[in-house]
Design a binder for this molecule. Structure first.
Ligand SMILES: NC(=O)c1ccc[n+]([C@@H]2O[C@H](COP(=O)([O-])OP(=O)(O)OC[C@H]3O[C@@H](n4cnc5c(N)ncnc54)[C@H](OP(=O)(O)O)[C@@H]3O)[C@@H](O)[C@H]2O)c1
Length: 217
C-alpha cells in the first residue's frame, strides 16, 4: 500500500486561515495537482475537522479524470475514510446526504449511539482500531486499498507521522503569509520523537509557488 499525503502551506507554515471553506491561497496548478493525485487514489483519508470545515465534494470534477478512473476499473470517485475520535460530523451536509463516494469512519473507540445511528442510516461502515493507527492501516490494507491519499488536516497528518505511516509527502509552498498565531499549521500535535526525516525527490516551480515531493527516509 502506497500512502501519499498532499498539503499546501503558506510561507509561515499555515494550511488554513480558519475562515475560508476551501484553502484559497494556492494556484490553479496546485488545485490541479491535488485533483490528479485524488484521481489515481483508491481512498482519501481525511480528519474530521477538515470534513466539518471544508466543502469537499465532488471529489473528482474533471470528466477526463473520471473516464481514466473507469478505464482503470476504479469507481468514479475514490472512497473516503474519515478519522474522528468524537464522531461529531455534519451529517446533514450534502457530503453525506448526497454522497457520490463510499464513506467509512475510523475511530479509536466506538461512536456514541446517536452518531453510530446516523452513520448506519447513511450506510457508512464503522471501524475501530484502539490505540494505534497501525491497526487502522491494517484495516485499510484488508479493504484492498493500494493507493492511499491523506488530505490532512494538520492533526491527522501528525497522527500518521507519529507512526511513520506516510511514504510520500506532496507539499505545495505558496508565496504568501497568513499570520494569525492560532491558525492551523501543517503538522499539529506534540513533539515528534523520533523526528520523521524526509528525502527530497522532486521540485517543480510554478510561478512563485513550489511543488515538492518528499519520501520518508
Ligand atoms: N492547505 C491544505 O492543504 C489543507 C488540507 C487539509 C485541511 N486543511 C485545513 O486544515 C484545517 C483542519 O486541520 P486540523 O488540524 O484542525 O484538523 P484535521 O486534521 O482535519 O481533523 C482533526 C480531527 O480529526 C480527528 N483525528 C485526528 N487524528 C485522529 C486520530 N489519530 N484518530 C482519530 N481521529 C483523529 C479528530 O476528530 P474529532 O474532533 O471528531 O475527534 C480531530 O479533532 C481546516 O481548516 C482545513 O480547511 C488544509
Amino acid at each position: 500500500m502506497l500512502v501519499r499525503a498532499c498539503l499546501a502551506t503558506s510561507l509561515d507554515g499555515k494550511i488554513s486561515d480558519g475562515l475560508s471553506t476551501t484553502p484559497n491561497f494556492t494556484s490553479r496548478e496546485d488545485r490541479a495537482r491535488l485533483f490528479n493525485l485524488r484521481s489515481v487514489s483508491d481512498v482519501l483519508l481525511v480528519g474530521a475537522q477538515t470534513v466539518r470545515h471544508e466543502s469537499l465534494a465532488p471529489l473528482i470534477r474533471n470528466p477526463k479524470l473520471v473516464e481514466q478512473r473507469r478505464q482503470r476499473r476504479q469507481n468514479d470517485h475514490p472512497d473516503v475514510a474519515i478519522f474522528t475520535r468524537t464522531g461529531e460530523l455534519p451529517w446533514q451536509n450534502a457530503y453525506f446526504q448526497a454522497a457520490k463516494q463510499k464513506i467509512s469512519i475510523f475511530s479509536p473507540g466506538p461512536l456514541s449511539d446517536s452518531n453510530a445511528r446516523q452513520a448506519q442510516e447513511l450506510d457508512i461502515q464503522l471501524f475501530t482500531y484502539g490505540d494505534t493507527m497501525n491497526v487502522a492501516f491494517d484495516q485499510l490494507r484488508a479493504l484492498r486499498y493500494k493507493n492511499v491519499l491523506c488530505e490532512g488536516g494538520g492533526s491527522l497528518i501528525h497522527s500518521l507521522l507519529a507512526e511513520r505511516l506516510v511514504d510520500e509527502l506532496h507539499l505545495t509552498i505558496a508565496p504568501t503569509v497568513i499570520g494569525q498565531g492560532d491558525s492551523v499549521c501543517l503538522v499539529r500535535g506534540p513533539l515528534l520523537d523520533p523526528r520523521p526525516e524526509f528525502r527530497l525527490k522532486s521540485v517543480n516551480q510554478v510561478g512563485d509557488e513550489l511543488h515538492l515531493v518528499y519520501s520518508l527516509s
